[in-house]
Design a protein around this ligand. Structure first.
Ligand SMILES: *Cc1c(COP(=O)(O)O)cnc(C)c1O
Length: 413
C-alpha cells in the first residue's frame, strides 16, 4: 500500500492508500468524476432523476410539539427519511448509477454492513438495468435477514464474506478484490464519504443536495438560517450532505453526533472523534481517525444503530473537527431509545435509530437556546427498518408473541 500523491487530502487526512492493482480503476473513476462535476448538465440530470424517483426536494418539517415540549429553540427536521428506500443513501447510489452509465459500465458492486446501502444499490441497479453483486459479512447476513431478502428480490447477488471478522471491513476488502479483476464492466459503488480519493469527496458531492435544499428552504420558510445544524455520523455521508449547505455561513454551528453505545467509558461504542481510543491510522484506502488500541489494532465497535458502528470516519470530517468548523458529540443507546419514543409520540415521526442520535443532542441543547433561535436536525432515515431492535428495546410483549407464533407456524410446515 502506498500513497500515490497529495491529491485527495483534507488537512492531514485522506489520500489514496490503495494497492498497485487498483490504480487504473481509480484513475478512470477520477477522470469521470471530475468531468461530471464540471458539467452542469450532469447535475441537472441528477436532480431530475431524484425529483422523479426519490421525492426530492425532501421537505423541512416544523416540529411544533417538540418545540413546545422543550421550550427553547424552534426545532426543524430535514426529512431524508422520505427518500425512496427510506434514507439519504438514495442520493449517493443514484448519483453513482448515473456515473456508471456515463462510464459505459453494465455492472455494479457494493459493500454493505447493516444492509441499507446494499438495498439502495440493488434498487438503483434494478432501475438502470445493471447486474449487481453485494458483498456482506457472514455475521451481518445472519443479523440483517430482511435486507438480504430485499436485495435478492431486487435481483442482486449477495455474497457472504467469511474472512476476518465477517463484517463490514471484510466486505469492503472483498469488493476491492472483485473490482481489481472486473474494472472493464464494473463500477464499485462505495456507500459513505470514506475510502481513497475520489470516494469521500464524490459521495459528499452527491449528498450535498441535502444541504443545498435545506439552506434555501430555511430562507424561504423562516427568512433566516438555522443557528445550529445536527447530523448523526457513521461514515459521515449524511452529515457531509447537510453541513455542506452551510460551510460558508460562519454563524451556523455544525454538530456531528457519534454512537456513544453503552457509554464512552464502556469500550462499547463507535465514537471515533469524541473518545480517547480514536487515533490517526491508515486503513481501507484512507488516513483518518480509527478506533484502535496503542498497537494500531482495530477495536470492536458497538451501537444500537447498525449504520453507525464503523471503525473509521470520513477524512473530511476529521479535518473539519481539527479546523474547529464541526463540533462532535455522542449519544448513548439509552438516550437514543428515549428520544425515539418522544419523537414518535410528539410528532408522529419515526426516525431511524441512526438519525435519532442527532435528535438526542438537539434535545439536550434546545432548552438552553432562545425562542428566536432555530435548530435544524437531519433525519437521515426512517425507523421502520429497525422494528426488531425497537420492539426489543420497548420490551413489547405483543410483538414477542407475534414472532413466537410465526416461528411455530414455520416449524409446523
Ligand atoms: C447508513 C446510514 C447512516 C450512516 O451513514 P453516514 O454515511 O454516516 O450518513 C445514518 N443514517 C441512516 C438512516 C443510514 O441508513
Amino acid at each position: 500500500m502506498t500513497a500515490t500523491q497529495k491529491r485527495g487530502y483534507y488537512g492531514r487526512f485522506g489520500g489514496m492508500f490503495i494497492p498497485e492493482i487498483l490504480h487504473s480503476n481509480f484513475e478512470e473513476l477520477i477522470r469521470h468524476y471530475e468531468t461530471a462535476k464540471a458539467d452542469p448538465a450532469f447535475w441537472q440530470e441528477y436532480e431530475t432523476l431524484m425529483k422523479t424517483y426519490s421525492c426530492r426536494p425532501t421537505p423541512i418539517t416544523y416540529a411544533e410539539n417538540l418545540t413546545t415540549h422543550f421550550g427553547g429553540a424552534k426545532i426543524f427536521i430535514k426529512r431524508e427519511d422520505l427518500n425512496h428506500t427510506g434514507a439519504h443513501k438514495a442520493n449517493n447510489v443514484m448519483g453513482q448509477g448515473l456515473l456508471t452509465k456515463r462510464m459505459g459500465k453494465t455492472r455494479v458492486i457494493a459493500e454493505t454492513g447493516a444492509g441499507q446501502h446494499g438495498v439502495a444499490t440493488a434498487t438503483m441497479a434494478a432501475k438502470f438495468g445493471f447486474a449487481c453483486t453485494v458483498y456482506m459479512g457472514a455475521v451481518d447476513v445472519e443479523r440483517q435477514r430482511p435486507n438480504v431478502f430485499w436485495m435478492e428480490q431486487l435481483g442482486a447477488e449477495v455474497v457472504e464474506v467469511t474472512s476476518g471478522s465477517q463484517t463490514l471491513k471484510d466486505a469492503i476488502n472483498a469488493a476491492y478484490r472483485d473490482w481489481s479483476g472486473s474494472m472493464d464492466t464494473t463500477h464499485y459503488v462505495l456507500g459513505t464519504a470514506c475510502g481513497a480519493y475520489p470516494f469521500p469527496e464524490m459521495v459528499a458531492w452527491f449528498q450535498s443536495i441535502i444541504g443545498k435544499e435545506a439552506r434555501a428552504q430555511m430562507l424561504a420558510q423562516q427568512g433566516k438560517l438555522p443557528n445550529r445544524v445536527y447530523a448523526c455520523v457513521g461514515g459521515g455521508s449524511n452529515a457531509m450532505g447537510i453541513f455542506g449547505g452551510f460551510f460558508d455561513d460562519a454563524g451556523v454551528e455544525l454538530i456531528g453526533v457519534e454512537a456513544g453505545g453503552k457509554g464512552i467509558d464502556s469500550g462499547q461504542h463507535a465514537t471515533r472523534l469524541t473518545a480517547p481510543e480514536g487515533k490517526l491510522g491508515i486503513a481501507q484506502g484512507m488516513k483518518t481517525i480509527f478506533l484502535q488500541n496503542d498497537e494500531g489494532q482495530m477495536n470492536d465497535t458497538h451501537s444500537i444503530a447498525a449504520g453507525l458502528d464503523y471503525i473509521g470516519v470520513s477524512p473530511i470530517l476529521a479535518d473539519l473537527q481539527e479546523q474547529g468548523r464541526v463540533r462532535f458529540e455522542s449519544a448513548t443507546d439509552t438516550e437514543v431509545i428515549a428520544a425515539l419514543e418522544l419523537t414518535i409520540k410528539k410528532e408522529g415521526i419515526i426516525p431511524a435509530l441512526e438519525s435519532t442520535h442527532a435528535f438526542v443532542q438537539a434535545f439536550k441543547e434546545a432548552p438552553q437556546m432562545g425562542n428566536d433561535e432555530i435548530i435544524l436536525i437531519n433525519q437521515s432515515g426512517r425507523g421502520d427498518k429497525d422494528i426488531f431492535t425497537i420492539a426489543d428495546a420497548f420490551q413489547d410483549k405483543k410483538w414477542q408473541q407475534f414472532i413466537i407464533k410465526k416461528a411455530e407456524q414455520y416449524r409446523n410446515k
